[in-house]
Design a protein around this ligand. Sequence first.
Ligand code: HEC
Length: 161
Amino acid sequence: MKRGEKTILILTMVVVVGVMGWNYLRQRESTTNDTSIPFFSNASAQLSQEAGELVRKYECRSCHTLWTVRDMLRAVPAPALDGIGSLRDREWLLTYLSAPNPQEILPSRLKKEFQMPSYAGLPEDERGILADYLASLQVKDWYLMETRAAECRVLTGEICQ
Ligand code: HEC
């Protein structure tokens, strides 16, 4: 191998390892509230920490965005979990996570490997922690209003408040 080729190879490896490391760190650190995004959580510090560990353990971010962060190396078109508690309540979330076949609750058009896996086999307390935490993830009111107004504008062609 020529010297120039070696340099390019080493540089490429540095970039790849760098991107993977940065990706990993972002996923580790991003369970806390960030005031610059239109989402927030009303979970206690303990719940955030426990749920954060489960989210990492079960790799929810290999498909979902959470705190605007997801695994950059996979591109599964799953809905974002940010703000999900403004849409679904704890009971719905627990039932969904406990379903042997989640697609009976939310039908999916995605191919099997992209679909929401069943977490029915998880210990009950872990499903409970995840449901509590997901229910705590809220969208800020102004963002919800702006999103609804934008949707209404698209659907009706009129200026909506
Ligand atoms: C293999 C990819 C994948 C993984 C891993 C995954 N999900 Fe999902 N999830 C999806 C997809 C895709 C959907 C949308 C429904 C479908 O297509 O099956 C979904 C739907 C959901 C929904 C319902 C969203 C809504 O709009 O109501 C919740 C809540 C959820 N997932 C939570 C989780 C949690 C918590 C984890 C980790 C424990 C997780 N998911 C792991 C792919 C995944």
